[in-house]
Design a protein around this ligand. Structure first.
Ligand SMILES: *Cc1c(COP(=O)(O)O)cnc(C)c1O
Length: 384
C-alpha cells in the first residue's frame, strides 16, 4: 500500500480489539462493559478504538478528562460515556449538554455540576466516586454521607440524577493482595449507605481489567476495562493475554534507515555506551524517545530485526537507535519490529516493560503522535 508510512508506524488491529471486547464481556457475563479509552485509547487512537469497542458491545466508554469525552462526542459517539478527572472550573456545562455522565468525588464538584445544570436547564447525570482505599481520587468514607445527602437533595430538585456509584482498586493486579477484599468490604458499606439515603444508581462498579479477569465478585453491574481491551495483561502475576483469549492490538514497526559494516572497537551512539566487540554490521532503527521509545531502553530494549531479537546497542537518541546485527545481513528498508502480539517472533509490550522497568500500559501509551497509526481490521459497513 502506497500510503504506508515508511519510517515508522503503529499498526492497530481493530479486529483484535473487537475480539478482546467480546472475550471480556464473556468474562463478566452479568455486567455491562465499559471500554476505557482515556489517553487516546492508551495510545491506540481514541476514535477508531471507541467505535470498534462499541461494535463489539461496549455499552459504556470511559475517559479520564472531560475534554477526551467531548472529543468522542464531536466524533459522533452517542452512547453512555463517563469521565472522571475533573478540576474546578472544568467544562461541566459542555459535558452535561453532551449527555456525558460526570464523576464527582467531592462537594465542590457537586456544586459545580449543579450550577452548570441549572445554567443550561438540564439534569446532569452524575456518578459518585468513593475512595475505598486507593488513596487517589474519590470521596473518603468519612465525607461520603455528606456527598450522598447533597446529591440526593439535588436529585429532589431535578438538577442531577445519580446514575452510578463507583470506586477503583489499588492492587487488583496482584491477585490475593489483602487490600482487594478490604476495598470490596468498604465499597459494599458505602453502597448500602447511599441506597439507605435513597439513591438508586443504574450502575455500581469497581472492577478494572485485572479485577474483571480474576475477581468475579467485583463485577457488580459494570466492569471498566482498559489495558485488556488492547490485548495486554495488566501484570505478569495476572497471566498472559492468551490465557484470557486476549490478543495485543498494537504492533510498532520501523524501517531500517541504514545498514553498514564497521570495524571492531567502534563506538555506537551518544556517550559510546556500546563498543562493537569485533567487525560487525550495524542497523539504524529510525525511532527514538521523541516517538516514545524509552531512553531507559538504552542497552536493554528488544527488537526483532533480520529474524532475531536484538538489543538496543548504546543510547536511545531522540529520533533513532542502533542494533548490532553481528554476522547477519539486512538491508535499508527492512522491518524492525519493536513489539507486537508476539506470534511472529517479535517482542511484546510486556517484554519492553520488563526491559525498562516499567509496565506495558506505559509502553503503548507513550508512543507519541509522531508515529502514524495505521488501522487494520476495520469492520465492514462502518464507512471507514
Ligand atoms: C484507567 C482506569 C481504568 C482502566 O484500568 P485498566 O487497568 O487499564 O483496566 C478503570 N478505571 C479508572 C478509574 C481508571 O482510571
Amino acid at each position: 500500500m502506497n500510503e504506508t508510512p515508511m519510517r515508522a508506524r503503529a499498526v492497530v488491529d481493530l479486529a483484535a480489539l473487537r475480539a478482546n471486547v467480546r472475550a471480556l464481556r464473556a468474562a463478566a457475563p452479568g455486567a455491562e462493559l465499559m471500554a476505557v479509552v482515556k489517553s487516546d485509547a492508551y495510545g491506540h487512537g481514541a476514535v477508531p478504538c471507541a467505535r470498534a469497542a462499541r461494535e463489539a458491545g461496549a455499552s459504556w466508554l470511559g475517559t479520564a478528562t472531560p475534554e477526551e469525552a467531548l472529543a468522542l462526542r464531536a466524533a459522533g459517539d452517542t452512547g453512555r460515556l463517563l469521565c472522571w478527572l475533573w478540576t474546578p472550573g472544568g467544562p461541566w456545562r459542555e459535558a452535561i449538554e453532551a449527555d456525558v455522565d460526570v464523576s464527582l468525588s467531592a462537594m465542590w464538584a457537586l456544586r459545580e455540576a449543579v450550577a452548570a445544570a441549572r445554567e443550561c436547564g438540564r439534569t446532569a447525570r452524575v456518578q459518585l466516586k468513593a475512595d475505598t482505599g486507593l488513596g487517589r481520587n474519590g470521596c473518603p468514607p468519612a465525607d461520603w454521607p455528606e456527598l450522598v445527602a447533597a446529591a440526593r437533595a439535588a436529585e429532589a430538585e431535578g438538577t442531577v440524577t445519580v446514575t452510578g456509584l463507583w470506586s477503583h482498586f489499588a492492587c487488583a493486579d496482584e491477585p490475593g493482595h489483602p487490600s482487594i477484599a478490604a476495598q470490596l468490604k468498604v465499597f459494599r458499606t458505602l453502597l448500602a449507605q447511599a441506597e439507605q439515603a435513597g439513591l438508586r444508581p443504574e450502575v455500581r462498579h469497581i472492577a478494572n481489567s485485572p479485577a474483571t479477569l480474576t475477581l468475579p465478585e467485583s463485577h457488580f453491574d459494570l466492569v471498566r476495562t482498559g489495558i485488556a481491551v488492547y490485548g495486554i495483561s495488566p501484570s505478569p502475576e495476572v497471566g498472559h493475554p492468551g490465557d484470557f483469549g486476549l490478543r495485543p492490538v498494537m504492533t510498532l514497526v520501523a524501517s531500517l534507515a541504514s545498514v553498514k559494516r564497521v570495524p571492531g572497537g567502534h563506538g555506537v551512539s551518544y556517550g559510546h555506551r556500546y563498543i562493537t566487540p569485533g567487525p560487525t554490521t550495524l542497523a539504524l532503527v529510525p525511532v527514538g524517545y521523541a516517538d516514545g521509545v524509552p531512553r531507559h531502553a538504552s542497552g536493554t530494549g528488544p527488537v526483532l530485526v533480520a529474524g532475531k531479537w536484538r538489543t538496543v546497542a548504546g543510547t536511545v537518541a531522540m529520533d533513532q537507535f542502533v542494533v548490532d546485527l553481528g554476522g547477519d545481513a539486512a538491508a535499508p528498508g527492512d522491518e524492525a519490529v519493536l513489539f507486537g502480539p508476539g506470534d511472529r517472533g517479535e517482542p511484546t509490550a510486556e517484554d519492553w516493560a520488563r526491559a525498562v522497568g516499567s509496565i506495558a500500559y506505559e509502553i503503548v501509551t507513550r508512543i507519541s503522535a509522531r508515529v502514524p497509526r495505521v488501522y487494520v481490521g476495520r469492520a465492514e459497513g462502518t464507512g471507514n
